[in-house]
Design a protein around this ligand. Structure first.
Ligand SMILES: *Cc1c(COP(=O)(O)O)cnc(C)c1O
Length: 409
């Protein structure tokens, strides 16, 4: 008999977005004429920009010609894309990376989930709370998270981010092996200052901690003082692995491409304490074994986001979403709600009035205003009492939803 990996059985069966879909469907059965607006979606709605689709058409034509056809590419990604990344995403910020430190992937979810394979199952992990569920669940699957009680895992250190601490997580008072950080943050839409990020890098240097830094939303940063990469902080090359994605940056959620930065300086110890092992080498070995590269067409598409036209077009779409975010932020604040995020990220984190639970507020908004949000508690215990709204919708839906919420609140 083949035995299952019992750690998978510990995962909660209720998946947040499936639960929401169930409740929305139940609503639709009894309100077949209602015109629902969703501000719950975590997916983009604007199409790929012309610079990207032109590059894709060209790449497809190359694939159709025997002389220019490409089969398997390098596991790490094509040099043309890795060089464009180094030159455009890092050099202008004073960060010097070797193109060999960039690993192209099929989106950040895979690598944020897979990266934990590089470290022993008994390392401790710390997460900000609320959090993108992938970080914890991928550790649950391998047995690193322990057992769950009251929505919290026994081997996970939770660092609450709430209105009370202005969404600045407190540095743990003991050492943790691995810390996950995500800025700009999903779900709260809040950001981290250079000064706060420096504290984390210093903590990691002092405690021999690894930081897994998810920068999937860096393109949404508007404030020039907010760091786009953890490598803007001195010493981060020794402690941090960083994840990027073209999904939210350039609408690649259905196309798939992203990248992971694994600096050559970053190491982890062996259990006997005698050796330091290069994580760059381990990750390279891991990728060569389990990954055969991102499609050539996707990589050419990603490269096109760095052309002058591509940059301009990508920026325009981001501004479209950020205008939605501004309209939502202003309107909801005017209605007297406490609203966080939405200034350097496409997410708004709204406090439920009078301490109402996330799910209760969600249901009332659904039944009374016909607007869908995402209950904050679905992202972790500290998300209770909040809901997440996204700015990824169409402008007209966004405006109509604000009007309805005004009448409702
Ligand atoms: C959307 C998102 C990603 C990107 O996922 P892809 O696999 O690249 O589409 C990564 N991290 C967070 C926090 C996200 O919200």
């Amino acid at each position: 008999m083949a035995l299952v990996n019992e750690h998978f059985l510990k995962l909660p069966n209720n998946y947040l977005f499936a639960d929401i879909a169930k409740k929305v469907n139940a609503f639709k059965v009894s309100h077949s004429n209602a015109d629902l607006i969703s501000l719950g979606i975590g997916d983009v709605t604007q199409p790929l920009c012309p610079a990207v689709t032109e590059a894709m058409h060209k790449a497809v034509d190359e694939m159709a010609d025997r002389d220019t056809f490409r089969g398997y590419g390098p596991e790490q990604g094509y040099p043309f894309l890795r060089e464009a990344i180094v030159k455009n995403d890092f050099l202008p910020r004073g960060i010097h990376l070797d193109p060999n430190e960039i690993f192209i992937n099929d989106g950040a979810k895979s690598d944020t989930g897979n990266i934990q394979e590089l470290v022993r199952w008994d390392n401790s992990i710390g997460v900000t709370d609320p959090i993108y569920p992938v970080y914890i669940d991928s550790n649950v699957m391998i047995g690193r998270a322990g057992t769950v009680n009251d929505g919290k895992w026994s081997n996970v250190i939770y660092m609450p981010c709430t209105a009370e601490n202005n969404f600045v997580p407190q540095i743990p008072d003991r050492r943790v092996d691995i810390i996950y950080l995500c800025y700009p943050n999903n779900p709260t839409g809040t950001v981290i200052s250079k000064e706060e990020l420096r504290k984390w890098v210093n903590y990691a240097l002092k405690n021999d901690t690894l930081i897994f830094y998810d920068a999937a939303y860096e393109a949404y940063i508007q404030d020039p003082d907010i760091p786009h990469s953890i490598y803007e902080i001195k010493g981060a090359r020794k402690v941090a692995i960083e994840f990027h994605s073209y999904s939210k940056t350039a609408g690649f959620t259905g196309l798939r491409c992203g990248y992971t930065v694994v600096p050559k300086d970053i190491t982890a110890g062996t259990i006997d304490g005698r050796e330091r092992i290069s994580l760059h080498q381990l990750w390279y070995r891991r990728q060569c074994t389990k990954f055969n590269g991102t499609s050539y067409v996707s990589q050419r598409a990603a490269e096109a986001t760095y052309t002058p036209e591509g940059k301009e077009q990508v920026k325009k779409t981001i501004q479209y979403y950020m205008t939605n975010a501004r309209i939502m932020h202003e309107t909801l604040t005017r209605y007297g709600l406490q609203v966080f995020g939405g200034e350097n990220a496409p997410y708004l984190w709204v406090k439920t009035p009078q301490g109402e639970s996330s799910w209760r507020f969600f249901e009332r908004m659904l039944y009374e205003a016909h607007v869908v949000c995402t209950p904050g508690v679905g992202f972790g215990p500290s998300g209770e009492g909040y809901v997440r709204l996204t700015a990824f919708g169409l402008r007209e839906d966004c405006e109509k939803a604000m009007e309805r919420l005004g009448k409702w609140i």
